[in-house]
Design a protein around this ligand. Structure first.
Ligand code: SOE
Length: 405
């Protein structure tokens, strides 16, 4: 393999996530020395005019109006899935069976059954050197990657509390239009899967513990919305008098959880952390507050994506009452940051996607399974399904498959 061996990408979908992924594919080789050279070979979308405009704007060499054509093409090595969840299983399984690597947006699927089929296809493809990854991009936020390093090195001791919130406010306007994210048949769930899934993945990955059981509450505050309207960002405005349709997903999700103590630790139920999770798109004033706080026997960590270049660390060995220390996660010794700007200029939302592409390309070139794998994402899907089952049954304690018996 030479440095110039191309990795020819075909992307399906070209809206918000498509733009974020396009930026990542374009930028990764300009800041990182990659073992394969990503090429933005083709983008697929149903509407010929819109996909052509997106290709020009986002930098793709050619277009297709049917994702199946992308998979049939000999000049595509990897399929990047940036479409709503109801399409993920069909596209990913077809791509893997055709020998294409896959990057699939989160959550992996709209149900555990779909995620299981995708994981089976991914496992059998991996045995043939064809790899897949699910796009839980926050794993590649430098401060969260640093938090994982702290936990792995034992800086927190035994973790007792996980406190995870993902707060946005772009649905607060009750005349925001009924987009696909509010339609269960397309998105699978609402705040729970769209943003809560990120918190679940980050919490499980950083602590090294899986969620074993949950007790949950889901709420839909605005039950009908205008069927069409002007889309601004993710929400926007439909007329107050416009015809309305039903919102079929949760607007907010909260749940308590027990973690399993870590598979490798020989943990028991009592050695697992307990957790509180909240995901909502109705937290006025909170724009992308993906927050995580961990309290262990030796220290605590706190992170808020609205201040994403900081990680707060409390070390029980510091002098008494020293409080939390702010670590500015912009320095060369921190994960990923040495490839970017000198002396603390800081990174943004898009960098997580670029780092995701870097790690994916490196794993493919090395013939190794990238993470998070589809199996990792299936575990998150099991938690999502347990949360929905619990909420549908008056918050009954619900075990996650694979958790404690
Ligand atoms: C919308 O809530 C959204 O764009 C999610 O879909 C993304 O996964 C998250 O990164 C930001 O918020």
């Amino acid at each position: 393999m030479t440095e110039s061996t191309p990795l020819r990408v075909g992307m399906v979908g070209h809206a918000f996530m498509g733009a974020a992924h396009s930026h990542a594919w374009r930028t990764a080789p300009r800041f990182f020395d990659l073992p394969l050279a990503p090429r933005l070979t083709a983008v697929a979308g149903r509407d010929p005019e819109r996909v052509a405009a997106a290709a020009t704007k986002l930098g793709w060499e050619s277009i297709e109006t049917d994702w199946r054509r992308l998979i049939d093409r000999d000049d595509i090595d990897l399929i990047d899935i940036c479409t709503p969840g109801n399409t993920h299983a069909e596209i990913a399984i077809a791509a893997l069976e055709a020998g294409k690597h896959v990057l699939c947006e989160k959550p992996l699927a709209n149900s555990v059954a779909e995620a299981e089929r995708m994981t089976a296809a991914a496992d059998s493809a991996a045995a043939r050197g064809v790899y897949s990854m699910c796009g839980f991009s926050y794993r590649r936020t430098p401060a969260l990657a640093l938090a994982k390093r702290f936990v792995d090195e034992g800086a927190l001791g035994q973790i007792r509390h996980v406190r995870a919130q993902y707060l946005q406010d772009w649905l607060t306007d009750e005349n925001a239009p009924l987009t696909w994210r509010l339609d269960k048949s397309k998105s699978g769930s609402g705040s729970l899967g769209d943003i809560g899934a990120h918190s679940i993945d980050a919490a499980q990955w950083i602590t090294g513990q899986n969620i074993a059981g949950v007790s949950a509450l889901l709420e839909t505050f605005v039950r009908e919305r205008p069927i069409a309207g002007e889309l601004v960002g993710l929400g926007g405005h439909g007329g107050a008098d416009a015809p309305r349709g039903p919102v079929t997903v949760d607007d907010a999700a909260i749940f308590t959880a027990r973690f399993d103590g870590g598979t490798g630790s020989g943990g028991t139920e009592s050695s697992g952390a307990i957790g509180v999770f909240e995901a909502t798109r109705f937290a006025l004033g909170r724009k992308n507050a993906m927050r995580l706080e961990l309290n262990g026997t030796k220290g605590s960590l706190a992170f808020d994506f609205e201040d994403m270049n900081s990680l707060w660390f409390y070390d029980a060995d510091d002098e008494p009452n020293a409080g939390f220390r702010r670590i500015q996660v912009t320095e060369p010794e921190h994960p990923y940051t040495g490839h970017w700007w000198p002396v603390g200029h800081g990174l943004g939302y898009e960098h997580g996607f670029t780092h995701q592409v870097v790690d994916l390309v490196e794993a493919i070139a090395a013939g190794k399974q990238p993470t998070p794998s589809f199996a990792d994402a299936l575990q998150v899907q099991c938690v999502l399904e347990a949360v929905e089952a619990s909420a549908a049954d008056e918050s009954r304690w619900t075990k996650v498959p694979g958790g404690w018996d």
